[in-house]
Design a protein around this ligand. Structure first.
Ligand code: 1GP
Length: 251
């Protein structure tokens, strides 16, 4: 299978040694705000966009993606799905998530079987991703909506065991997820231990609020950093630029 987006991301990782992705939640950004939001991100030097959310109230995901793609130039637009209804031919790729930290077969393989033939027909690139939810304080939307127990944040060996299993199963990436707006982001000790155990690129997101946080995650071994909420709260262009610089310099 051709993997142009995945290869593009790996190249970005090679050049900067780590990549910075901005997550856009269609419920929190109107299509009217998209041109400016996207232009600012491109100017700041982000490496890709993720679009999606655990629970989306926006009825027209496809239309949102269509508008999004018309402004995003050559930067990859990747669906970060909260369910099988978050699919669109206007995206370049989709994180084909399997919730490996949970024990609910529907989120490990059930939804994937429903979505796979649609993704095939839409001709968007699936990037197989082992999605590992990590305990982060108060219950997050991802935790509640999936009805699964996250990995205990102080049990690094359990997280490493999951990452090894994901690597043996051939996933293209592992997403270490604190959850949107997490009280505490994924601990550096966990990122470090996993990065020492597997070669699979690590995406880290959830509760990352400062460029310094992002820098520490990359220094610990993250390949890609995702932020969402914080950029919705702080729309200052220099703040975004400092995130990009922190991630690119930390590698
Ligand atoms: C959530 O990892 C993403 O799925 C981003 O989280 O909104 O907390 O940055 P934040």
């Amino acid at each position: 299978m051709k993997s142009p987006v995945y290869n593009h991301l790996l190249l970005a990782k090679e050049n900067h040694k780590a990549g910075y992705w901005v997550l856009i939640d269609p419920d929190k950004t109107s299509t009217k705000d998209l041109p400016l939001t996207i232009e600012r991100s491109i100017d700041a030097g982000v490496d890709a966009f993720l679009v999606g959310g655990s629970l989306l109230l926006t009825p027209d995901f496809d239309h949102f993606l269509k508008i999004f793609k018309s402004y995003s130039a050559d930067l990859p637009v990747i669906i970060f799905p909260g369910g099988v209804h978050q699919l669109s031919a206007h995206a370049d790729a989709i994180l084909f998530l399997s919730l490996l930290s949970g024990r609910n077969a529907h989120h490990i393989i059930g939804s994937q079987v429903i979505a796979a033939p649609i993704i095939h027909r839409l001709e968007i690139e699936p990037i197989s991703t082992a999605y590992l939810l990590v305990e982060s304080g108060r219950a997050t939307s991802a935790e509640f909506m999936s009805g699964t127990t996250p990995l205990p944040r102080h049990k690094v060996e359990i997280a490493v065991a999951h990452a090894l299993a994901a690597s043996y199963m051939g996933f293209q990436t592992i997403y270490l997820e604190g959850g949107s707006g997490a009280d505490h982001s994924v601990p550096e000790e966990m990122i470090y231990a996993i990065s020492q155990s597997v070669e699979t690129p690590l995406i880290v997101g959830g509760g990352i609020r400062t460029p310094e946080d992002a820098y520490k995650k990359v220094a610990a071994g993250a390949s890609f950093i995702v932020t969402g909420n914080i950029l919705e709260k702080n729309r200052d262009a220099r703040f975004l630029e400092s995130f990009v610089a922190a991630v690119h310099q930390a590698g």
